[in-house]
Design a protein around this ligand. Structure first.
Ligand SMILES: Cc1ncc(COP(=O)(O)O)c(C=O)c1O
Length: 363
């Protein structure tokens, strides 16, 4: 059995083709969940400004990234710490806060648990129920688990279920339990059409609330490694004290400062994703054999129910050059779950066609 702290990530099309006996071919990859519009054109247009940043040392703490968060969310630099992607903060937080026991929503992004285990934090699972569509835990459930932990980790929206615990519920819990940590990952929040009403990034700070955020997904810049944490000044100071210097490279740091000027692209993304996710969801709902779960963002969790083996579907799709994220390695998603990240509408149509033909093939 794989230990819980072993590193897990999405599959690879080559490995899955070999495993399923499909001859190797190029695939359209729906397993990633980046912005379907791709990178902002601004980055290409001003690429030479990034080149200029290669030679010298960058700012020690990613000043350009801090500038992005100040410009977009009004967060003063004393309440923000940049990292080499949000992953750096996910791993730093349990170490610095010295969490003894933490609750992690299950299923959710694997690194919360791994980061806790590597920091010596014991992990309690807070399971979401499939029969309630993986809806967020209700406040009573969170309250019960809080009695035995120092912290609770939550994704808003959660990856891969896309469920979103209401902002007011979370803030109420944080206010009522001031001696517990609430560690909230908002890596996908900017995709929401009403993100300003939903995001905790815009909230006044709470001493027990840490919000993790990433620029990876929204700007499709996974290779740059951009993200950070937002919290009360004293918490940021503790994190800053323990963090290695220069983890944000100069190219990423300059790119973040440029992204602060990307307002038009941000709006275009939200209106595109908002309309496309509704369209794809309603087409998926019409398929007999696939159960999609509602999502306000750029990816959808689905369950294959036509046969009792997800490999039947994966083999069919790979044979047509389509790759989706097999979610069976998430606790609670072992029975036929997969995730699709939105791509261009024409590609999404091709995915829908292939899913429809899979449903037709297994009567
Ligand atoms: C929910 C969630 N949070 C955080 C991350 C880490 O992103 P990054 O380190 O690129 O900021 C990911 C990446 O897949 C993710 O899905």
């Amino acid at each position: 059995m794989t230990p819980a702290h072993a590193y897990q990530h999405g599959g690879s099309p080559e490995k899955d083709m070999a495993r399923l006996g499909v001859s190797e071919r190029p695939v359209t990859d729906f397993s990633v969940n980046l912005n379907p519009l791709g990178r902002p054109p601004l980055l290409r247009e001003r690429w030479m400004e990034l080149w200029d940043r290669v030679e010298g040392y960058p700012s020690v703490e990613g000043e350009g990234v801090a500038r992005y968060y100040e410009a977009k969310f009004g967060i003063p630099s004393g309440r923000f710490l940049a990292g080499n992607g949000s992953t750096e903060l996910i791993y730093l937080i349990p170490r610095v806060l010295r969490l003894g026991r933490a609750a992690v929503i299950s299923p959710s992004y694997h690194d919360y648990e791994r980061a806790c285990l590597l920091a010596g934090t014991r992990v309690i699972h807070l399971p979401l129920a499939s029969n309630s569509g993986f809806s967020p835990p209700d406040p009573n459930q969170v309250e019960r688990v809080l009695a035995s932990v120092d912290a609770v980790w939550l994704g808003r929206p959660n990856n891969p279920t896309a469920s979103l615990l209401a902002r007011t519920v979370l803030l109420d819990l944080a206010d009522r339990f001031p001696d517990k940590w609430f560690i909230v990952d908002e890596a996908f929040i900017q995709f929401l059409e009403d993100w300003k009403e939903e995001s905790l990034l815009l909230e006044s700070p709470r001493p027990n609330l840490v919000v993790i955020h990433s620029l990876t997904k929204f700007y499709a810049v996974a290779g740059l490694r951009l993200g950070g944490a937002v919290a009360d000044e004293r918490v940021i100071e503790r994190l800053r004290h323990a963090k290695e210097p220069w983890t944000v490279n100069g190219v990423a740091d300059r790119a973040a400062a440029l992204l602060a000027e990307s307002g038009g692209f941000d709006e275009q993304t939200r209106s595109h994703v908002g309309a496309e996710v509704k369209r794809v969801f309603s087409r998926l709902e019409a398929l007999e054999g696939i159960t999609p779960f509602p999502s306000p963002v750029n990816y959808l969790l689905c369950q294959w129910v036509r046969t009792d083996d997800l490999d039947d579907l994966l083999r069919h799709l790979l044979g047509r050059g389509v790759y989706v994220r097999d979610c069976r390695n998430f606790a609670g998603l072992e029975r036929g779950y997969f995730r699709v990240g939105l791509r261009a509408p024409r590609e999404n149509d091709r995915l829908l066609e292939c899913l429809a033909s899979a449903c037709g093939r297994f009567p």
